[in-house]
Design a protein around this ligand. Structure first.
Ligand code: ZN
Length: 109
């Protein structure tokens, strides 16, 4: 995994994945406007200020990883590991629930 500078938004999750999306051909800066990305090291959402992953980003992720729950879990696991390094005072179980717990609440495909 590439090293993300501290105090910078984490953009790697912002790639437009749908081949049908008209945004996929936009230059990357335009495709990143008003995104719900985590800001390190606080892991607050850049777009709405809520704890990341915020409700909007969760819904986006569910759409992006439709029918690929294992891939989504692996994807979120990487963020969980990064967040655990930044938020060392957070209780591990609380952090796990924040990044991974919501995945279990989703209906199986
Ligand atoms: Zn947000």
């Amino acid at each position: 995994m590439e090293k993300v500078p501290q105090n910078m938004p984490v953009w790697r999750s912002m790639a437009v994945r749908s081949p049908e999306s008209t945004h996929s051909r936009l230059p990357r800066p335009l495709a990143r406007v008003n995104v719900h990305a985590p800001m390190r090291p606080s892991w607050a959402c850049v777009g709405c200020g809520a704890q990341w992953p915020c409700r909007t980003r969760r819904n986006q992720l569910l759409a992006e990883f439709d029918r690929a729950p294992v891939s989504l879990a692996l994807f979120m696991g990487r963020f969980f590991m990064d967040a655990a390094q930044d938020l060392k005072t957070e209780v591990a179980y609380v952090l796990y629930q924040r990044f991974m717990g919501w995945l279990k609440e989703q209906p199986r495909a």
